[in-house]
Design a protein around this ligand. Structure first.
Ligand SMILES: [Zn+2]
Length: 330
């Protein structure tokens, strides 16, 4: 049952954003820092509170919301019929490190919300993003579509033959954790030499010895040779990862998003050059492009998961995500 109002929730390691929308557009957007202490219902309860507050700002009663789409960092693990979040950046009990102020092993988010709302969809943030790309981005015309985020981490979501790929726990394709090298630096997931450990924004910054990838790109633009080497190597490995994904999915269109793609003027030519060298019969017809929803993707992904079919044409025509109200900090 999808009604007059829907809520979209984006859960990240540092903040949670909630939007409330109707058929004509987004009515209110609210965010708060992710609460990481307390018991493992802290985040579900925080999200529920934020939905109520966002409804208030939207000028509606929170019980008028019937559908909730949740886009979250992952992975997931199924417990019975429900997916639980088992993400190392939220659940301190998974890694045993003291970096997080909790000892959670999982977060039963889906079960919590299915008891409150008749229509709830929880997906990994990249899976939600590919749904948004398919509905509102350049992927509208393609049944074989991959969205890849190149950010502090690396992730992907994919349609194959028009079908959204999820896998047994909703973790497909966990693109950042495919192996690229036999030896290599360690990823946050524990793997050595996987794509995220070698080519993510975090890896680029680590290799150059600075806190963020942005500084490496600044040095690149200033003509620094070492920054250039590091970025070229990351782009090469990232492109090889894309070629591996394409070898598996035989895709038509690869959409790229994520903070590292802010420097797409440098990266896209490098990625394309390496990608199209790979097995040409497989690679030559694949389109690679930066997302046209780029700066709006987080806002629209969670909403796209539960958007009533009857709204889609209007949203495509008027692109209301570009006129969304300012984020309110709580
Ligand atoms: Zn990994």
């Amino acid at each position: 049952m999808r009604g007059e109002y829907i809520a979209g929730v984006d859960i990240g390691g540092t903040k949670i954003i909630v939007s409330v929308a109707d058929a004509t557009g987004i009515r209110a957007r609210v965010y708060q820092h992710t609460q990481l202490s307390g018991d493992n219902l802290t985040i579900p309860k925080q999200v529920y509170y934020l939905i109520q507050k966002t409804a208030e700002y939207a000028g509606i009663h929170y019980e008028d919301i019937q559908s909730v789409g949740i886009s979250t960092c992952s992975p997931f693990e199924k417990k019975g019929i429900y997916k639980e979040i088992v993400a190392p950046n939220l659940c301190g009990g998974l890694t045993g490190s003291t970096r997080l102020p909790n000892s959670w092993h999982s977060i039963p988010l889906e079960e919590f919300f299915c008891q409150l709302y008749p229509d709830v969809i929880v997906e990994n943030d990249c899976v939600a993003a590919v749904v948004a790309e398919k509905l509102f981005g350049a992927g509208k015309l393609y049944d074989n579509l991959v969205y890849v985020t190149w950010s502090t981490g690396i992730g992907a979501g994919a349609y194959v033959d028009g079908k959204l790929i999820r896998g047994k726990n909703g973790n497909a394709p966990h693109f950042g954790h495919i192996y690229i090298a036999e030896d290599g630096p360690q990823c946050g997931c524990g793997n050595y030499g996987d794509l995220e450990a070698i080519a993510s924004g975090t890896a680029i910054a680590r290799d150059y010895g600075v806190p963020s990838a942005k500084e490496v790109f600044d040095s690149y633009r200033a003509g620094d040779t070492r920054a250039k080497e590091i970025i070229h190597r990351a782009a090469r490995n990232f492109a090889r990862g894309l070629a591996s994904l394409n070898a598996l999915f035989d895709t038509e269109y690869i959409v790229l998003g994520g903070s590292v793609m802010n420097d797409s003027d440098i990266l896209l030519p490098l990625v394309k050059e390496e990608f199209y060298i790979s097995f040409p019969v497989l690679s030559r017809d694949v389109i690679i492009a930066k997302s046209i929803l780029f700066e709006y993707i987080a806002d629209i992904s969670a909403l796209a998961l539960v958007m009533p079919v009857s709204w889609i044409e209007t949203w495509r025509t008027y692109t209301p995500w570009e006129k969304a109200p300012d984020l309110i900090k709580l």
